[in-house]
Ligand binder design. Structure first.
Ligand code: ADP
Ligand code: MG
Length: 353
């Protein structure tokens, strides 16, 4: 029986889960699944201050815009560097995700935000969702959402460890009884690896390549452990001396060399988190393994090397890029059960380190 209007609204409105990632934003609608999966990029016309494009269309403009149009990634460092643009982006995706009259019914929204976000930033996310029509806004930190997306037993008195490697930031978190027991948020993630590759190619081959080229090469031949046969790929860039275009062939071993320092830092940080985690929980993690999520989980050989250095089995999440969004969906559908994992209000957030 439907008791009141509130309940009726709940039944027919679009409840929405959002993964507000530094590289990609995903939107989940209750009953439908993931309906939006686009880059967190906004193109702005600086002359008029108007948003020209959002998401995939805007990403295609990155590095290719005329002077007065800039393509920005408003969450690029894992923190909201540009409130206004972030709000425009959230509004755009929320409107795109909802159809017809249901828009009027004020959806309940669960947003996954990078851990380490400040109270001011949380308020900005909340306001943006409210302005876009949300009736309730609940916020969850991304590593928690990812763990829920992987169906780890986060509410039980059992330690779970997750490493979420995104574009701007990586989160290393140990979770038990619905809370984060230990965590570390670092700026070493996909973007840093792209920059490592750009620097390496510049110093070794004396050519300048763009971010997109670096990312493509990372994804196509990047591997932390050498395979049976070497991988290679041609890349085009601008010769630093002649200024003219030049093509060189790079190998997986070049990429390995380029990103090795960053990977070492990631491993050291993982060890640091483990070293300060209470022993009972460490023993749970040793038995159950460490889970990798986010796009960085797909780096070939990363799971193996983390396992080698920590002596703990490491599992790659299935479909790691959607883990956080799936988690927000599971929270939406079981709000009562997961209420304690939400950041209930702005003041409940841990201070920024
Ligand atoms: P965020 O949560 O910060 O939005 P994502 O989890 O969506 O980030 O991951 C995006 C990052 O993952 C990008 O830096 C991208 O280059 C990287 N990535 C995606 N696929 C792969 C792959 N197969 N190998 C290595 N890195 C990848
Ligand atoms: Mg993410």
């Amino acid at each position: 029986m439907i008791k009141n209007l509130e309940q009726l609204k709940r039944l027919i409105s679009h409840d929405i889960g959002i993964d507000l990632g530094t590289a990609n934003t995903l939107v989940y609608i209750r009953g439908k699944g993931i309906v939006i999966n686009e880059p967190s990029v906004v193109a702005v016309n600086q002359k008029t201050n108007q948003v020209v494009a959002v998401g995939t269309d805007a990403k295609n403009m990155l590095g290719r815009t005329p002077g007065h149009i800039i393509a920005v990634r408003p969450l690029v460092d894992g923190v909201i560097s540009d409130f206004e643009v972030t709000e425009e982006m959230i509004t755009y995706f929320l409107n795109k995700a909802q159809t017809g009259n249901r828009k009027l019914l004020g959806p309940r929204v669960v947003v996954g935000v990078p851990s380490g976000i400040t109270n001011v930033e949380i308020r900005a996310v909340r306001d943006a969702c409210r302005n876009a029509g949300a009736s309730e806004v609940h916020i969850v930190e991304e590593p928690m959402a990812a763990a829920i997306g992987l169906r780890l037993p986060v509410l039980e008195p059992v330690g779970s460890m997750i490493i979420d490697i995104g574009g701007g930031t990586s989160d290393i978190a140990v979770i038990s009884l619905g809370g984060v027991v230990r965590s570390k948020n670092l700026r070493i993630a996909g973007d840093k690896l792209n920059n490592d590759i750009i620097s390496y190619i510049r110093s070794e081959f004396k050519i300048l390549i763009g971010e997109k080229t670096a990312e493509n090469i990372k994804i196509s031949i990047g591997a932390i452990v050498a395979g049976q046969t070497p991988l290679e790929a041609p890349i085009k860039g601008r010769d630093l001396i002649s200024g003219l275009p030049r093509e060189v062939v790079v190998t997986d071993s070049d990429i390995r060399e380029a990103i090795s320092q960053s990977i070492n830092t990631l491993i050291d940080s993982t060890k640091e988190v483990l070293e300060t985690t209470p022993p009972e929980i460490v023993s749970d993690v040793m038995a159950r393994g460490i889970y990798l999520s986010g796009g960085g989980a797909l780096i070939v050989g990363l799971a193996e090397i983390i396992s080698e250095y920590t002596k703990i089995p490491v599992h790659i999440a299935s479909d790691p890029l959607t883990a956080v969004c799936r988690g927000t969906g599971i929270i939406l559908e079981n709000m009562e059960k997961y209420k304690d994992v939400l950041i209930a209000n702005e003041n409940d957030l841990p201070p920024k380190k």
